[in-house]
Write a protein that binds this ligand. Structure first.
Ligand code: SAH
Length: 261
């Protein structure tokens, strides 16, 4: 069934409105007409099954038939902190990360980053990334659109570490299973150490991924000193845009999110 995200103010008590590009797309491309049903979400707390009352390319009005639970959202909120990659790789990370179930994305600057960060272009890029997250969330039937944060400096990212329940720093030098720690052992150690704390059921996890040039030793030790756990993702060196997607998948697998018992 088709899904649309609408703003909270378009979400009434008994009916909803779809406007802008989405209304145009629904009417002109999907041929939506009165009586048709679709699902809307305000991207935060409310999702509903609705039936169209009136449909024009400018605006669709639809009656709420039933409020729906947020069944498609993972219990674990995993944020991918991605050092700004080259070209349009960030788009891939956001699109695939959203499909898999990422909670939000934090682009950040690091020492061995290959791209030249251009603050002037930033607003436009974040706007584009937000659109990609919205489209991927609709396509993958999420009820929440992952947030795309502003570009953080390395220092700003370090400060954030203490506000998460668990922070995993993907370090290529930990990749060798013989001496490095993997995601599974990092998660289990954290759980064992957390005792009965409530955060165990729905933890906020930060997954930090380095740039094409990798991390410096200093960055690794600063992250560790701030509370991050250094983890490897296997013996192979993954590209920066692959590492976050793989790390996220492993984490959600460990949380029991990826289907099956
Ligand atoms: N240029 C570096 C590799 C960088 S890979 C080198 O040749 O060593 C880009 C980022 O992906 C890394 O900083 C790390 O965060 C992540 N990554 C890639 N492979 C990884 C692995 N096997 N284990 C942990 N992290 C990995």
């Amino acid at each position: 069934m088709q899904r649309y995200f609408i703003s909270a103010k378009q979400f009434g008590d008994s009916d909803i409105r779809v406007t802008g590009e989405d209304a145009y797309h629904a009417v002109r491309v999907m041929r939506t007409k009165p009586g048709d049903k679709f699902i809307v979400s305000d991207g935060e707390s409310r999702t509903a099954l609705v039936a169209v009352r009136e449909a024009t390319p400018m605006q669709i009005t639809a009656d709420i038939i039933q409020m729906l639970p947020h069944a498609s959202e993972p219990a674990w909120s995993v944020t991918i902190a991605q050092s700004l990659p080259k070209g349009d790789k960030m788009e891939l990370v956001i699109q695939k990360g959203t499909e898999i179930g990422a909670y939000s994305f934090i682009p950040y600057e690091s020492e061995r980053m290959v791209v030249q960060y251009d603050a002037k272009k930033e607003a436009k890029r974040i706007e584009r990334w937000t659109k990609i997250a919205k489209e991927a969330a609709e396509q993958s039937h999420r009820s929440r659109i992952p947030e795309i944060e502003q570009v953080h400096s390395w220092r700003e990212l370090l400060v954030l570490i203490s506000s998460y329940d668990l922070v995993l720093f993907c370090y290529e030098r930990e990749g060798d299973a013989a001496h490095g720690k993997g995601i599974r052992s990092a998660v289990r150690e954290w759980m064992d150490g957390s005792g009965e704390r409530e955060s165990i059921a729905a933890p906020a996890v930060l997954l930090i991924v380095g740039p094409e040039g990798g991390f410096t030793e200093r960055e690794a030790s600063e992250a560790e000193a701030a509370g991050a756990v250094l983890v490897g993702l296997g013996k192979r060196i993954l590209r920066t845009e692959t590492a976050g997607i793989v790390g996220l998948t492993c984490l959600l697998y460990e949380s029991g999110e990826m289907g099956g018992a």
